[in-house]
Design a binder for this molecule. Sequence first.
Ligand code: SIN
Length: 279
Amino acid sequence: MATVNIKPVAGALGAEIEGVNLAEELSNEAFDAVHQAFLDHHVIFFRDQHDLTPDRHKAFGRRFGTLNIHPYVSGMEGHPEIMEIIKEPEEKTNFGGGWHTDMSFLEKPAIGSILHALEVPPYGGDTLFANQIAAYEALSDGLKETLQGLTAIHSAGREYGPKGQSAMNRQSMQTREAGDAPEFEHPVVRTHPETGKKGLYVNPAFTLRFKGWTKRESRPLLNLLFEHSRQEQFTCRFRWEAGSVAFWDNRCTWHYALNDYQGHRRHMRRVTVNGDRPF
Ligand code: SIN
């Protein structure tokens, strides 16, 4: 096996992995090294994965679990498990342009998403990530204790409903409006099923309110948690190149696709791995 090198990119989270070609089937040893880096650093990055075909992209994802077919965004022709995230030069709105955790609006949200860059703008279009375990650990003991007993209600309705940014008609992405999006309950403090670490599990895009609280009652505490969780010390920033891959752990991170490259094209492909019910 080529030596797998792991280089952290920031104090809070994120590591670049060298010595792995995702276009080839990974040996168990290489897979274990990648898996451990994913658990240790919460988001991992690979460069120069130019030969990663849709089939190999899916095969890498399947090493971690079954693949998700997005309920509201159409998949790639012939590959329903691959979401094409495209912004054309003349489009103004991007996909994922706000802090969120993918698929927290499902009963069993995703383990993680694997994003492959095919075409990137000459500048901008970076993705930010935020470590929700670090955000939780930085809270006072008093607030941690209060949050421990709380459950939050998540839904796709705000993003994919009639007025949602993610449901906007785009030239480049086909979405289905979620008029009827169901609500699901998840603990506000989630225990990571593989590491046992506790992290915050609410996000500005899909968390509507606390269970048993009104929206108005929930808003101040949710806003406090949202502001707290996106502080610079919990984040890292990834500069894409064509061929780059990012694989983030949706169970303990947020991410934000920056929309600062008007007039340029950005084309990514995303495979999302299904997960378990949070506890
Ligand atoms: C996403 O939210 O999955 C999109 C991230 C990106 O395009 O950088």
